[in-house]
Design a binder for this molecule. Structure first.
Ligand SMILES: Nc1nc2c(ncn2[C@@H]2O[C@H](COP(=O)(O)OP(=O)(O)OP(=O)(O)O)[C@@H](O)[C@H]2O)c(=O)[nH]1
Ligand SMILES: [Mg+2]
Length: 364
């Protein structure tokens, strides 16, 4: 999959009242825009990918600007377990363009809008969310299929039998209540499918959102859920508790985090899980003007990495000077690293590693 330029996008989805907005507010530190759509509220914000390595690189280079990687995040209304399909499909349209989906799962008891008790039921909740994604894709697919069949019937020159085939293949998978993500498609099929932005083809990261009383049992719950969904990246947080802690002064924050047994803040956990689930890595560029982190897909080559910075760098790519962060900090200076032969000159096919510092040589 080719990455879009700029930030990666995450869409927060889940059942109603699972804590999506609470988590979104925590991760964006309450900086977001609100947009009213015909079907409800959509919020957009950014989550900064904090990285100690960037902080260190910045202290060494003293650049004018230090730029962390970020995720653009979208928070939509929840899927109601009572009136599913017809309504939730529309909410989900707001996240169709994202790179990855974050399912927030309610790990606390509560009361549904009809007054009935909401039980902790993560495995069924995740299945229900997957069903919604599949249903929503079927709607998009059937719409297109109908048009393609008309084109075929009229023998229209724009009729594309290859598109027709891939649509039928997708339909068979979705009709079987399977996600498109678990099925392998050829490069060509993927290209034909790209425009539809199928939701069930996107990676689905699971964030278990516990209340205070269940948080201490998070490992037990998470292990059990991982058994049912072995291919998913899963993490456990307590969004509401951490949000309350966020409002305290820094000294107290530490104390309360310890008291709750929170080893790592939710923002780090969610980012780590998103990187893992979406198969992402960071690389860095350094200089007097700017020290900056970039996010790319795992297994990208140097030329593709250059393209994440700017299309001109990809088009005019000549070579890359590469040193990994872990190697760099032995020297604390690119010049010294070069003198010691630690900076390697690599061609376009060189696979970039997490933490690589790249200097792209290019020609426009
Ligand atoms: N006890 C407890 N309550 C929580 C937690 N997270 C969220 N809540 C509460 O659950 C309710 C719903 O939280 P929201 O964050 O608005 O949930 P949402 O998923 O955005 O809901 P919709 O947008 O309506 O689908 C609020 O009253 C929250 O305070 C939690 O970790 N523990
Ligand atoms: Mg909400």
């Amino acid at each position: 999959m080719k990455l879009k330029r700029g930030s990666m996008q995450l869409g927060f989805i889940g059942l109603k009242f699972s804590g999506k907005s609470t988590l979104f507010e925590l991760l964006t530190n309450n900086h977001f825009e609100n947009a009213k759509t015909g079907i409800g509220e959509v919020r957009r914000g950014q989550v900064i990918v904090t990285d100690d390595r960037i902080q260190n690189l910045s202290e060494i280079h003293e650049p004018k600007k230090t730029i962390y990687a970020k995720f653009d995040c979208i928070d939509v209304m929840g899927i109601s377990s009572e009136s599913k399909h017809n309504i939730s499909g529309k909410y989900l349209e707001s996240v169709r363009q994202v790179d990855g989906l974050v399912a927030v799962i309610q790990m606390f008891e509560g009361v549904n809008s009809d007054g009935s008790q909401f039980k902790i039921d993560p495995i069924n909740n995740i299945k229900l969310i997957e069903e919604e994604l599949i249903f929503s894709d079927l709607m998009v697919l059937e719409n297109r299929l109908e048009k393609v069949e008309k084109l075929k019937f009229r023998a229209a020159p724009i009729y594309d039998p290859k598109e027709h085939d891939v649509l039928l293949k997708c339909k068979q998978i979705l009709d079987n209540e399977e996600s498109l993500r678990t099925n392998k498609f050829s490069k060509e099929e993927n290209k034909l499918m790209r425009g539809f932005q199928f939701l069930s083809q996107k990676e689905l990261i699971i964030v278990l959102n516990f209340d205070e009383s269940h948080y201490s049992q998070r490992e037990k719950y998470q292990l059990e859920i991982e058994k049912s969904f072995p291919n998913k990246a899963i993490t456990s947080v307590s969004a509401l508790e951490e949000k309350e802690i966020q409002e305290l002064d820094p000294e107290e924050q530490k104390e309360f985090m310890q008291e709750m047994g929170i080893e790592e803040p939710a923002i780090k956990q969610v980012i780590k899980t998103a990187y893992k689930g979406l198969g992402l890595i960071s690389f860095f560029t350094v200089g007097k003007d700017e020290v900056r982190a970039w996010t790319i897909k795992n297994n990208s080559n140097a030329k593709e990495a250059a393209g994440a910075i700017h299309s001109d760098l990809e088009k005019g790519f000549i070579r890359a000077e590469v040193i990994n962060y872990n190697e760099f900090i032995k020297y604390n200076s690119i010049t010294k690293a070069k003198e010691n032969g630690a900076v390697k000159i690599e061609g376009k096919n060189h696979i970039v590693n997490d933490g690589d510092i790249l200097n792209i040589r290019f020609n426009v």
